[in-house]
Design a protein around this ligand. Structure first.
Ligand code: NAP
Length: 285
């Protein structure tokens, strides 16, 4: 076949999730749902990239065919170091979302807005509280504490089994973050207008989070980052008391919004239909 004219084929935009091993992630389900319902021609793949290949892969992300990426374990700290991070990624010390801004590889951490936007959606008015109590001082806690401080919460009490980790985190986030010993939690519950579990306690296969929610104020809000199971014992007890709650699946869905917007140019909604889709996937796992 001969042809004198060249046809240029524009490939649809695509993003990916980079991890090692490539964990079973719900991100493809979420982004494919939005691509489909918004009528956008695009893709979202999982890329299993070992640590030794990560730098090469993201330095040539565009050449690999991607407009951006989500990054998960064990690459989040390297992603921060190899890109130009925003304030959130820098404060959290880890990047989970990459995109190009005028050819420059930028990064952010969307767990911050995932947590805050989910609380806004599920427990409007939560930010009137003066005292928040955060359990845990791991990676997820950094995003939560940054979000609470950014929102202007007066006192964020931070309890962790290993108190040194809570102290280190508090030193970094300023005077409104107060490290407390794990056994002080019970005494802080009566004044906690917001309680957040960022530990893995209560997760399937992990020990339960032993805590008496009847000690919380009657207008308190309770958030749990754990989403397997969907309804943790903590959330069930809080709901039984009539407290406002925000669950880990809501946070997971809300954190995905910004990446999609950066890569595909439209801000998607977290709908009940999307939530039901992911719930069904979680319960069959
Ligand atoms: P991580 O960095 O490993 O931190 C784990 C935290 O749990 C630490 O504070 C640890 O305390 C505490 N912990 C573990 N076992 C404990 C026990 N037996 N007693 C008391 N404290 C214990 O993990 P991460 O990345 O922060 O994740 C934490 C949880 O958040 C996980 O369940 C994860 O799935 C969830 N998460 C959810 C979302 C979402 O979108 N919903 C996003 C991120 C994370 P020590 O410091 O004393 O070890």
């Amino acid at each position: 076949m001969t042809s004198g004219t060249k046809t240029s084929v524009t490939k649809p935009r695509a993003a990916c999730l980079i991890g090692w091993p490539a964990a079973h992630s719900r991100s493809p389900l979420i982004h494919h749902y939005w691509l489909r319902t918004l009528g956008i021609e695009g893709g979202y793949n999982i890329e299993a990239i070992p640590p030794e290949g990560f730098a090469e892969f993201i330095m040539h992300l565009s050449a690999h065919g991607f407009a951006g990426a989500n990054v998960t374990r064990p690459h989040k700290e390297r992603a921060l170091a190899l890109s130009k991070p925003d304030d959130r990624a820098r404060a959290v010390g880890a990047a989970n979302t990459l995109w190009y801004d005028n050819g420059e590889l930028r990064s952010t951490n969307t767990d911050v807005e995932g947590f805050i936007n989910n609380l806004d959606a599920c427990a409007p008015g939560w930010d009137k509280v003066e005292d928040a109590l955060v359990l845990g001082a791991g990676g997820a806690a950094r995003a939560v504490v940054f979000g609470l401080v950014e929102r202007g919460i007066k006192r964020v009490h931070l309890a962790n089994r290993t108190i040194e980790r809570a102290r280190t985190l508090a030193d970094q986030f300023g005077a409104s973050v107060l490290p407390v010993a794990w056994d002080a939690v019970g005494g802080l519950l009566p004044s906690a207008g917001l309680l957040v579990n960022t530990t893995s306690l209560g997760m399937h296969g992990q020990p339960a989070l032993e805590l008496d929610v009847s000690l919380l104020p009657p207008d308190a809000a309770v958030a749990d980052l754990v989403y397997v199971p969907l309804e943790t014992q903590l959330l069930a007890a809080a709901r039984a008391r009539g407290l406002k709650t925000a669950d880990g699946l809501g946070m997971l869905l809300h954190q995905a919004v910004r990446g999609f917007e950066l890569w595909f140019g439209q801000r998607p909604d977290v709908t009940l239909e999307l939530r039901a889709l992911i719930e069904a996937d979680l319960t069959k796992a």
